[in-house]
Design a protein around this ligand. Structure first.
Ligand SMILES: NC(=O)c1ccc[n+]([C@@H]2O[C@H](COP(=O)([O-])OP(=O)(O)OC[C@H]3O[C@@H](n4cnc5c(N)ncnc54)[C@H](O)[C@@H]3O)[C@@H](O)[C@H]2O)c1
Ligand SMILES: [Zn+2]
Length: 358
């Protein structure tokens, strides 16, 4: 198949810039559009190199120009993080949802029919749980009294038994629990509506917890891997909340970039009007405590401290079943947990507005 010309929105960001590198090294052309948000880049962003159009995805004229000759759009631009308070909601909805709507309208006009969207596991809320007696159940948010008493595991709403965590499949019910999660789900609904209305094809890659070199240093959302990494760089112990038993799936940024390249190629082969979602995780759940230990041993830093602290609204376990992406698109992750964390323990992080890089 011939080379593609791909518009990567948010292509100056953590994941987008890795996608651009991956596409270019495979011989494709990447056009990069990024607003270089101060919250993501600080006030003096480093240039991601040639082909950058510094513009907002809500700027229709700039998007029209960027779409010239493009075969497929890889839409990574978004405001990430949980936001400090609800006052941030208009900014999230503006960047993420109005931005997606403007992009899709421009694609419709330009006849660009293929979209790969940066989705997220946050659309699921809590992960999948099974009760030994009642089968699959959906626990509500954990009660503060339980968390304060160190009872971190969710319990069955019917019988109170401690639940067994499982893997979330793509067809699980949607349960976005904050503004950011809501905007990520709306992006998918917009992409699906666009596909139906225009005969386009859209793939959402629902990323799990992405980590790797160039990760932003201190966004609240980039979260835990980057906090631990920064603590170790200062000579401090990583501070592990709850009891460290929270299960996640840590996926390396190079594997996420490879998934985007595979999806960008495959999306044109889907039926017109279709929308498909793929969990994008390593398939190997780990605990937050295991991650802290891996980073500590790789960096030779002080041992992690389990603090028992908690944040209301944090989910206990969420781990993806990423088999659909392997089975249908033939992608598989290449970077193992131990190797990836060892590299990440000393890799440079990216400066953000809140400080200098660690
Ligand atoms: N990092 C993760 O673990 C993770 C997990 C799930 C989903 N995602 C999604 O992946 C995508 C990339 O995230 P990231 O971690 O690389 O974050 P990032 O902040 O490093 O990158 C996002 C980029 O988008 C740009 N941007 C934001 N709003 C824009 C707008 N309106 N117009 C133009 N550019 C804009 C920013 O300047 C930034 O360069 C996002 O869509 C995010 O929701 C990330
Ligand atoms: Zn039960």
């Amino acid at each position: 198949m011939s080379d593609m010309r791909v518009l990567v929105t948010g292509g100056a960001g953590f994941i987008g810039s890795e996608i651009v590198r991956t596409l270019r090294s495979a011989g494709h052309e990447a056009v990069v559009l990024d607003a270089l948000l101060p919250s993501a880049h600080g006030t003096t962003p480093s240039s991601p190199g040639n082909g950058l159009i510094t513009a907002d995805v809500r700027d229709r004229d700039a998007v029209d120009r960027a779409l010239y000759g493009v075969d497929v759009v890889c839409h990574q631009a978004a405001m990430v993080g949980l936001g400090k308070d609800f006052a941030d909601a208009p900014d999230y909805v503006g960047c993420n949802d109005l931005g997606t709507a403007v992009l899709l309208a421009a694609m419709a006009a330009a006849g660009v029919r293929s979209l790969v969207l940066a989705g997220s596991m946050v659309v699921y809320g809590e992960g999948r749980y099974d009760c030994r007696r009642h089968g699959p159940v959906r626990p509500g948010p954990r009660a503060e009294a339980d968390l304060a008493a160190g009872r971190f595991e969710p319990h069955c709403p019917s019988c109170g038994t401690e639940l067994v965590p499982g893997l979330v499949g793509e067809d699980a019910a949607m349960d976005p629990r904050n503004v950011y999660a809501t905007t990520k789900l709306t992006q998918e609904h917009l992409a699906s509506s666009w596909a139906r209305a225009t005969g386009g094809r859209a793939v959402s890659l629902r990323y799990h917890n992405v980590y790797g070199p160039g990760m932003p240093r201190d966004t609240p959302y980039a979260g835990v891997a980057s906090f631990f990494r920064s603590a170790l760089a200062r000579g401090d112990s990583p501070r592990v909340f709850e009891d460290g038993g929270q299960r996640r799936d840590f996926i390396h940024v190079r594997d996420v970039a490879a998934a985007n390249a595979v999806a960008a190629r495959a999306v044109a082969g889907l039926g017109p009007g279709s929308f498909a979602a793929y969990n994008t995780g390593s398939g190997q759940p780990r605990t937050i405590g295991e991650m802290a230990a891996a980073l500590t041993s790789a960096s030779g830093g002080p041992e992690p401290v389990i603090t028992g602290e908690y944040r209301l609204g944090d989910v206990r376990h969420v781990t993806a079943d990423s088999r659909r992406l392997r089975d249908e698109l033939g992608w598989k992750p290449e970077v193992g947990f131990a190797d990836g964390m060892a590299e990440f323990a000393t890799a440079p992080l990216r400066e953000t507005s809140a400080g200098v890089s660690a």
